[in-house]
Design a protein around this ligand. Structure first.
Ligand code: THU
Length: 138
């Protein structure tokens, strides 16, 4: 019983640690087409944190989500193991990753927990596995 609550508390602690960074990141989001800025923070197993924002393009389908920017920055820096992803948009309370981001996150950390936040800094937590039940695998 202690184990379950201590896991929950630690995810909340990691999410809290990233609030400032993720909120600050919103100013770097490039979202002139949707007007929906999104910011993400990815907490690595060794404690390092990578941030990402959405980056849109006039050729709409080339736009990139905040989650994948954070993930690709982390992987390109040598990270492979992730504990928690925190997501935030001032326009959408408790925003969740799209299917493409869920699939790319699964590649590295199927045990990842997704934290999402509203403007009052309240959290919801979802294990990645519950958001994508049958990821594509070779
Ligand atoms: N977007 C993200 O960055 N992450 C999500 O979780 C969902 C959507 C971006 C893509 C696009 O720039 C804008 O939000 C509106 O869809």
């Amino acid at each position: 019983m202690v184990k379950i609550s201590s896991t929950a508390v630690s995810h909340k602690r990691l999410a809290r640690e990233m609030i400032k960074l993720v909120k600050k990141g919103i100013t770097n989001a490039y979202a002139p087409y949707s007007s929906i800025p999104v910011s993400a923070g990815l907490y690595c197993k060794d404690g390092e944190i990578f941030t990402g924002v959405n980056i849109e393009n006039s050729s709409y389908s080339l736009s990139m989500c905040a989650e994948r920017v954070a993930l690709f920055k982390a992987v390109a820096s040598g990270q492979r193991n992730f504990l928690l992803l925190l997501l935030y948009s001032p326009k959408i309370d408790f925003i969740l990753p799209c299917g493409a981001c869920l699939q790319t996150l699964c590649e590295f950390s199927p045990e990842l927990v997704i934290a999402t936040m509203n403007t009052n800094e309240e959290f919801k937590f979802y294990p990645l596995k519950t958001l994508i039940k049958r990821p594509f695998r070779l």
